[in-house]
Design a protein around this ligand. Structure first.
Ligand code: 2HA
Ligand code: ZN
Length: 270
């Protein structure tokens, strides 16, 4: 199982994210929806002995889909040491309300405590991207968290500040970032709030907690998280130096639209 390409890439992503400093202790979680051919490759390693368990939310459009997920209470830094103990493969039931573990998560480990948020985000993105998005990543991104203590917790302002910090930002996240106010993590309410934002954005920031993002594959998810967090790091430095003296102007952002063939969220430039 460890030799399969998608398992290697999942492991690399957790290791890269750990090295970024986004995953202290058991912070953060990652999920990847397998392709049909990956399911076929992995099937010889699956065990059907585990029971069905309630997800806590309903994701009927993900019925019978397979996900590799990090484990609840498990550390990103340990996925590379032993992926079988720290992550696993689950299948969603026929009615989309339950899952069962098919591989990994040994010693009765459970999928991430944020499984409801992950699967609801996958569910929304499955519909809005026609099945193109396969990855949901949640990281405790240091600088983005810091900014949630300083910037208004409002999507357009937050996005504009991040866009201004690096020219490629609006190209990488043209819809912007959504903001979830402080909420109790790990349950249905924060999952519903986040997945509602994911209809519009690929990134949602949880105030005073961290960031969720969604993308087509593991590299793009990591790259998106890294780009948004780097913009936040620059903004933290700029604010520490006394704030902006000059910046990118709205009409300059508009020039990016034709140069890079993207449509930017108008409200952010208003
Ligand atoms: O500890 O990040 O949001 C895992 C988490 C919960
Ligand atoms: Zn978290």
């Amino acid at each position: 199982m460890e030799q399969l390409a998608f398992v290697k890439e999942f492991t690399k992503t957790t290791q890269d994210a750990w090295l970024k400093g986004w995953h202290e202790r058991n912070g953060g979680n990652l999920s990847y929806r397998l392709t049909d051919s990956e399911v076929q490759e992995a099937r010889p390693f699956f065990s059907e002995s585990d029971a069905w368990i309630d997800i806590g939310v309903a994701v009927p459009n993900l019925a019978n889909q397979y996900f590799m997920v990090t484990g609840s209470g498990k550390y990103f830094r340990n996925v590379e040491v032993c992926i079988e103990e720290n992550a696993g493969v689950i299948q969603v039931s026929q009615d989309g309300t339950q899952y069962k573990v098919l591989w990994g998560l040994t010693n009765n480990a459970k999928p991430t405590s944020e499984l409801p948020a992950h699967l609801m985000n996958h569910s929304v993105k499955y519909d809005v991207t026609g099945g193109q998005h396969r990855v949901v990543m949640h990281s405790h991104t240091t600088n983005l968290i810091a900014l949630t203590f300083v910037l208004p917790l409002e999507a357009e302002t937050f996005t504009r500040e991040l866009w201004e910090m690096a020219t490629e930002c609006p190209v990488v996240f043209p819809a912007g970032v959504g903001i979830v106010p402080w909420m109790v993590p790990g349950g249905k309410a924060i999952a519903e709030h986040t997945s509602e934002l994911m209809k519009k954005y690929d990134v949602a920031i949880w105030a005073h907690h961290g960031t969720f993002c969604s993308a087509e594959d593991l590299s793009l998810a990591f790259g998106l998280m890294d780009t948004v967090e780097k913009a936040a790091e620059i903004l933290v430095k700029v604010l520490a130096m006394g704030g902006k003296r000059q910046t990118i102007q709205p009409q300059e952002f508009k020039e990016l639209e034709s140069a890079f063939n993207v449509k930017l969220n108008e409200k952010v430039l208003a």
